[in-house]
Unconditional design. Structure first.
Length: 224
């Protein structure tokens, strides 16, 4: 039963496969809206993930939480916050931003001391240098090249530091792929996904300090 979720590689990215990418953005938004109620299953190892073999997964999730709790920040923003699963561990004052109303409804329940707002990651409604730190967890790895550049420029505008947490590159996955994902209701969704080495994140961020590098997660902090 749990294997229904496992992402199927629809395309390893090639010149031919790239033609479909520009059409995926709206469908991906719909996917995350629909996935909200089951999103945390991925972190918790429940639901469709209950039988998935992921050695030391829970230890790495807790390490990522600890990294967030240890950050010396007073005012942070989590862009593409999802359900707020990681957002809630940021210290200080926090604003959580996402495009999905369903995700934000869940995030608000977790962030009693923070704010959760709907917004566009590429046009953040804040003044320059408004935040000590901008967090983007498992968002950057879904962006195409042009969008990556746009997002990083906006992150550097509004925050003094940018923290990217994303999926680590492993031997059993290609660096870049288009996946088909199946939700609890049986609906199928196509998602663009990248996996990172620490060195790759450092290069793309124009220099960064690696806060964690494991089998499943990599986290790098860049000073803007």
């Amino acid at each position: 039963m749990a294997e229904r979720w496992f992402p199927t590689i629809v395309h390893r990215i090639s010149t031919g496969a790239r033609a479909i990418l520009e059409k995926m953005t709206e469908s991906e938004k719909a996917y995350y809206e629909r996935r909200a109620l089951e999103y945390d299953d991925w972190y918790l190892g429940t639901g469709l993930f209950a039988d998935r073999v992921r050695p030391r997964w829970h230890e790495e999730v807790e390490t990522v939480r600890a990294v967030l709790r240890s950050l010396p920040v007073r005012f942070a923003i989590d862009v593409a916050c999802g359900t707020g699963f990681l957002t809630q561990h940021l210290p200080g004052r926090v604003i959580a931003l996402d495009q999905s109303p369903a995700m934000l409804k869940l995030a608000r329940e977790r962030l009693a001391a923070g704010s959760a707002i709907q917004g566009d990651a590429f046009h953040l409604p804040f003044r320059d240098r408004a935040f000590d730190c901008l967090l983007a967890s498992h968002f950057y790895g879904h962006l195409r090249e042009e969008d990556r550049l746009r997002f990083l420029a906006e992150a550097r505008r509004v925050a003094e530091r940018t923290l990217i947490i994303d999926a680590a590159l492993r031997d059993d996955v290609p660096p870049e792929q288009v996946q088909e994902r199946v939700l609890n209701d049986g609906s199928r969704h196509t998602v663009y996904k990248r996996f990172f080495t620490p060195a790759q994140l450092i290069e793309e961020l124009g220099g960064a300090r690696v806060l964690f590098a494991g089998r499943w997660f990599v986290a790098a902090l860049a000073v803007c």
